[in-house]
Ligand binder design. Structure first.
Ligand code: NAP
Ligand code: ZN
Length: 354
C-alpha cells in the first residue's frame, strides 16, 4: 500500500481540501507513477460539483496526469523506473471486446474504468475506496497498457493538459480529415479549444475561432487561427454562413446550436466535445437544409493518445499553461468559470507535499 497526498471534494457542495489516500501496490502489470503535474479540465469542475449527476464522493479529480515512473511490476515490459509518462481519462478496460480491439477503449462494451469516480471492474480498487481517485494527488498506480510515453521534446507541465484536452480535440480533427484545404472552426477558446487551434493549424487546416470573448481575437491568431468570429457579432456570423467544413465545439454550457451549425457548408460536420449538463436543441431545418452532421466525440483511445503526443512533439505543439500550487485549486475553478485562464491551469504536484 502506498500513501499519497491529494485534494478532494468531500461533497458536491464542499470546496476541495487536503486528503490522504492509499494506492494499491503495483501488481505484475502495474506501473507506479510519481505525479509531477496535473491539468485542471472543466470536466473536473463538472464532477467535483456533481453537475452531471451520479458522482461518487469523496471526489479526487484529475485526468491530465504527467509524471515519472517510480516502480514497475514484475511483468511490465513497456516502462522502466525513471520514464516520463502520462495518464489520461481512463485507467483500464476489458481489453477483449470489439471496441477495445479497435483501439477505442473509451467505448469498451463492458465499461472503461475512468481515472476518477470510476468503477474498477478489472483490478482491485485502491485500498479503502470503492471508486477511483484521480490525479490531484502525488502518486497513482496504473496498468501499463493505460500509460503513455511523454516524448522528450515535451516538458511535463505543458504535456499534462494534452492527456485530455489534446486527445479530445486531436481525435475528431483526425477522424474528419482536418488538413490542407479543410476549413475548420473551433468554438470556445478554453483548455480544449486552444489545443484544437494548435493541432488543426499543425495539421495544415484553415482555422477559424468562434468565441464569445472579443478580447481573445488577438491571442487566437497567436495560437494559429487564420480568422476569428465573435459570436455576438451577428452580421459577421451571417456573412460567414456555410463557410466551414468541420467544427469542433468545446463549449461547456448551453449554447445556440443553430447559430454555430449555420457556419457549416453542405455536409459539414459539427463535432460536440463540450459536455454541458443540460440538453442542447437544434432545428430540423439547420440539419436538413445542407445535409449537415451533428455528432460527438469522447476523448480518444490509448494508441491514438500516444500518436497525438508524438504528433505534437514533432510539430512543436504543447499546451499553454498557468502553473498553480494545489492550495489554489478552488480559486482556479472560479477563474475557469469566468474564462480567466490562458489556457489551462496545471497543478504543481510538489505543492501537495507542503
Ligand atoms: P474551458 O477551459 O472552460 O473552455 C470552455 C470555453 O467555452 C470557454 O473558454 C469559452 O470560450 C466557451 N464558453 C463558455 N461558456 C460559454 C457559453 N455559455 N456560450 C458559448 N461559449 C461558452 O473548458 P474545457 O476544459 O476546455 O472543457 C470544455 C468542455 O469539454 C467541458 O464541458 C468539459 O467537460 C468537456 N470535455 C469533454 C471531453 C470529451 O471527451 N468529450 C473531454 C474533456 C472535456 P470563449 O471565451 O472563447 O467563448
Ligand atoms: Zn478532461
Amino acid at each position: 500500500m502506498i500513501s499519497a497526498r491529494a485534494y478532494a471534494a468531500a461533497t458536491a457542495k464542499s470546496p476541495l481540501a487536503p486528503f490522504e489516500l492509499s494506492r494499491r501496490d503495483p501488481g505484475p502489470r502495474d506501473v507506479l507513477i510519481d505525479i509531477s503535474y496535473c491539468g485542471i479540465c472543466h470536466s473536473d469542475l463538472h464532477c467535483a460539483r456533481d453537475e452531471w449527476g451520479g458522482q461518487p464522493f469523496p471526489c479526487v479529480p484529475g485526468h491530465e496526469i504527467a509524471g515519472v515512473v517510480s516502480a514497475v511490476g514484475s511483468a511490465v515490459t513497456k516502462f522502466k523506473v525513471g520514464d516520463r509518462v502520462g495518464v489520461g481519462c481512463m485507467v483500464d478496460s476489458c481489453g477483449e471486446c470489439a471496441a477495445c480491439k479497435a483501439g477505442l477503449e473509451q467505448h469498451c462494451e463492458r465499461g472503461a474504468t475512468w481515472t476518477y469516480g470510476g468503477s474498477n471492474f478489472y483490478r482491485p480498487h485502491d485500498p479503502g475506496t470503492g471508486h477511483t481517485f484521480g490525479g490531484y494527488s502525488t502518486a497513482i498506480t496504473v496498468v501499463e497498457n493505460f500509460v503513455v510515453r511523454i516524448p522528450d521534446a515535451l516538458p511535463l507541465d505543458a504535456a499534462a493538459p494534452m492527456l485530455c484536452a489534446g486527445i479530445t480535440t486531436y481525435s475528431p480533427l483526425k477522424r474528419f480529415g482536418a488538413g490542407p484545404g479543410k476549413r475548420v472552426g473551433v468554438v470556445g477558446l478554453g483548455g480544449l479549444g486552444h489545443m484544437a487551434v494548435k493541432i488543426a493549424h499543425a495539421m495544415g487546416a484553415h482555422v477559424t475561432v468562434i468565441t464569445t470573448s472579443p478580447n481573445k481575437a488577438g491571442p487566437a491568431r497567436e495560437l494559429g487561427a487564420d480568422a476569428v468570429l465573435v459570436s455576438s457579432d451577428r452580421a459577421a456570423m451571417e456573412a460567414a454562413g456555410s463557410s466551414l467544413d468541420l467544427i469542433v465545439d468545446t463549449v461547456s454550457a448551453v449554447h445556440d446550436m443553430d447559430l454555430y451549425m449555420g457556419l457549416l457548408g453542405l455536409e459539414g460536420a459539427l463535432v460536440l466535445v463540450g459536455l454541458p449538463p443540460e440538453k442542447l436543441e437544434v432545428s430540423a431545418f439547420t440539419l436538413t437544409g445542407a445535409r449537415r452532421i451533428f455528432t460527438g466525440s469522447n476523448i480518444g483511445g490509448i494508441a491514438e493518445t500516444q500518436e497525438m503526443l508524438d504528433f505534437c512533439a514533432a510539430h512543436g505543439v504543447q499546451a499553454e499553461i498557468e502553473k498553480i500550487p494545489a492550495q489554489q485549486i478552488n480559486e482556479a475553478y472560479e477563474r475557469l468559470l469566468k474564462g480567466d485562464v490562458k489556457y489551462r491551469f496545471v497543478i504543481d504536484s510538489a505543492t501537495l507535499h507542503t
